[in-house]
Design a protein around this ligand. Structure first.
Ligand code: ATP
Length: 261
């Protein structure tokens, strides 16, 4: 579905953020992209979604192909229409708009009212709390609810490849486990997922494969269980063996559809 080949990206023509990165994503995958601060994880997602230029960056070498098409000359908007969706770090919901208006803003390409309504209802089915808060301004939601709204808004474009940048950032551990559950459900419903996470335990629990970036280069790649068993990953990102066991106990106070929990 996605082939990243020898990708090098620089900011302001000088700051090397990625160097010769290769990544293959098959339909149905959940790929964890791990790495410490500044490793290049967000840059990778920006280069794939086409927003890298907005950040002062550019692809200096290599290629990104999505469903066989070379994306280099394809605008970010057209990439969304072709099935790519990117939820950037920090949620970026429209705080002054209602929950419902935020969802409608995500219905890119789904301009037929009936289709947009059906998608919105699916999102509300996935996140009942958003249905309850549909007329509230997004700024009034908790951090976890805003993350759900950002995810829901991305689902409104019916992505084939959903790219999530640090969806667990700043959330309480039990809410993180709910985010993990939701990612699984979205994947089971057919979306392929590229998941950037600092929370390696959560990411490897959800993913089938993973890649570790360091200083803009691929340090390691393999199946999630291979990476989870790798001593370097354990030392750098997972801590002790006990800490590596990710607690998936459903949260009592964050309501999702009953079939998710
Ligand atoms: P984090 O987990 O901290 O978000 P990351 O792995 O996502 O880190 P990137 O944000 O992709 O890493 O950053 C990769 C490199 O590019 C770093 O050296 C960073 O300082 C630099 N960088 C990122 N964004 C920009 C920008 N807009 N302008 C200049 N340099 C940038």
């Amino acid at each position: 579905m996605l082939e990243v080949e020898s990708l090098s990206v620089a900011y302001q023509g000088a700051i090397r953020a990625l160097h010769e990165v290769d990544l293959q994503v098959e339909a149905g995958d959940v790929i964890a992209v791990l790495g410490s601060n500044g490793a290049g994880k967000s840059t990778l997602l920006r280069a794939i979604s086409g927003v890298i230029g907005l950040e002062g960056g550019a692809i200096v070498h290599g290629s990104v192909r999505f469903k066989g098409d070379d994306l280099r000359k394809v605008s970010a908007q057209r990439r969304v229409l072709s099935g790519l969706s990117h939820v950037p770090e920090g949620r970026h919901v429209f705080g002054h708009l209602t929950v419902e208006e935020n969802l409608r803003a995500g219905a890119v390409g789904n301009t037929k009212r009936g289709r947009a309504n059906a998608l919105r209802d699916e999102v509300y089915g996935l996140f009942p709390i958003l249905a309850e808060r549909s007329t509230q301004r997004a700024a009034m939601l908790s951090g976890g609810e805003q993350q759900m709204l950002a995810l829901g808004r991305a689902l409104m474009s019916e992505p084939e490849l959903l790219m999530l940048d640090e969806p667990s950032l700043g959330l309480a551990p039990r809410i993180v486990s709910q985010v993990a559950d939701i990612i699984r459900v979205i994947n089971e419903r057919g979306a392929t997922i590229l998941l950037v996470e600092q929370n390696a335990a959560m990411a490897l629990d959800v993913a089938n494969r993973g890649v570790v970036l360091e200083l803009g280069e691929v340090l390691l790649s393999g199946t999630a269980s291979e990476l989870g068993d790798d001593d370097r990953i354990r030392d750098l990102y997972l801590g002790s063996k006990d800490e590596a066991e990710f607690d998936l106990t459903p949260a009592a106070d964050f309501r999702l559809a009953p079939w998710v929990a």
